[in-house]
Design a binder for this molecule. Structure first.
Ligand code: 1CP
Length: 369
């Protein structure tokens, strides 16, 4: 059974396998198009993954994270897992931002329980080893996953669930390529930016081109919206933010919108603080992802520029209890009267109890519109 909402806001139950129509209204896309939706659409960053027992099972059977990502049937299954449990308004492709450097020829590994490890790029000669020509073909499995998920959403009765494709933004992807792993400050990447700007610029140019290529292919394969994750945007000063976050983002949105004028692009420059407003106005994005440091008052101002998405602190979700309900209500009271997509301010923590996610979904659904 799935829950739907009637026009009047009353919850109604509809049989799960009811014949869903291709032209079903998708609240997530309605909001991004600036239209009213009778329900608040919701999805959660990292909604697929280790907090779900069915994900842990499949990952163990497949042997590892990249094995899952590069297997279109397994990746489709993982994408669908949270949708089946919680009926989110959007499914997000199960993949990772680091498949772009992988496809460019950089060595990438994910050790169990640890983050990604890449062969770091520190010198011109490290970068010269990459083979950009093989880029597009290397990600064929990802495009097949998107096709599979569109089919699965239809077949399983989730006709009002939209499919989101994604990539990292060039700065965040380049930062991992240079650093070789996750980091609090990405000191090597920042050093290159200042001390070898020519090499940094070359990396950024190729990653930006690859990102455009990658997102266009995702759209052709069935993505109905795309999100640019700029997880480390907050590490840059004002001038750097304009040059390495805003300019590449504008280049990407322009190229996508030329081919697909109605495609919705969500930008998520995590930690952007005072730069959120200029980013929203100048980069050509259609929706703005907010991290939890943005107050509801600031979010309301940003909502005057663009539809906003966010921004419950994943640690509040992890803790659960009354504080979780109160924070959800506070966000909804302030933002649900304008174009708004409920989400977290960053990805779900892997130790989050499934019951807390259930509590959150119930609370969002039961919030009076
Ligand atoms: O099973 C495992 O061990 C892998 C854990 C995992 C998962 C589930 C990683 C490794 N990536 C993912 C999936 C993923 N990553 C998705 C899937 C869709 C979803 O359900 O939301 C998405 C959108 C990402 C994006 C991603 N990967 C980002 C941007 C968002 C963010 O979290 O800031 C970043 C920075 C990465 C890199 C990455 N991949 C994985 C880890 C643990 C990390 C972070 C490494 C670090 O900085 O320490």
């Amino acid at each position: 059974m799935r829950r739907y909402w009637s026009e009047s806001g009353k919850r109604i139950l509809v049989r799960k396998n009811i014949q869903a129509k291709e032209e079903a209204v998708k609240p997530f896309l309605e909001v991004l198009a600036g239209r009213n939706s009778p329900v608040v659409p919701f999805w959660f960053m990292r909604q697929a993954g280790r907090y779900l027992p069915e994900y842990r099972d499949l990952r163990a059977r497949k042997g590892g994270f990249l094995e899952l990502v590069m297997d279109p049937d397994a990746a489709c299954e993982v994408t669908m897992q949270p949708v089946r449990r919680f009926g989110m308004s959007a499914a997000i492709l199960f993949s990772d931002i680091l498949v772009v450097p992988l496809a460019m020829g950089q060595t990438l590994g994910f050790a169990a329980g640890e983050g990604p490890v890449l062969d770091p790029i520190r010198l011109e000669s490290d970068f010269a080893k990459l083979d950009y020509a093989r880029f597009s073909k290397a990600l064929d499995p990802v495009y097949r996953t998107l096709k599979n998920v569109r089919g699965a959403l239809q077949d399983e009765g989730f006709g009002d669930t939209a499919l989101i494709g994604f990539s990292g933004s060039p700065w965040t992807v380049a930062a991992y390529m240079i650093e070789g792993k996750g980091s609090k400050d990405f000191a090597s990447a920042k050093r290159m930016l200042r001390e070898n700007p020519a090499l940094f610029e070359k990396i950024m140019r190729d990653v930006t081109d690859a990102t455009v290529d990658y997102l266009l292919r995702q759209i052709e394969a069935g993505a109905e919206a795309v999100q640019l994750f700029d997880s480390w945007a907050g590490l840059l000063d004002t001038e750097e933010f304009e040059k390495w976050v805003m300019e590449p983002t504008k280049k990407i949105t322009d190229k996508i919108h030329v081919k697909h004028p109605d495609m919705k692009i969500i930008g998520f420059p995590r930690g952007a603080g005072p730069h959120y407003a200029p980013y929203a106005k100048k980069t050509g994005i259609d929706g703005l992802g907010l991290d939890q440091a943005v107050s509801v008052e600031e979010a309301r101002d940003l909502q005057k520029i663009l539809p906003v998405q966010g921004n419950l602190d994943p640690q509040i979700l992890l803790a659960g209890g009354e504080k979780l309900d109160a924070t959800i209500d506070h966000i909804l009271e302030n933002l649900s009267h304008g174009p708004f997509i409920f989400n977290l301010g960053h990805g779900i923590d892997k130790n989050t109890p499934v019951a807390h996610v259930e509590q959150m979904v119930r609370r969002i659904r039961e919030f009076p519109s």
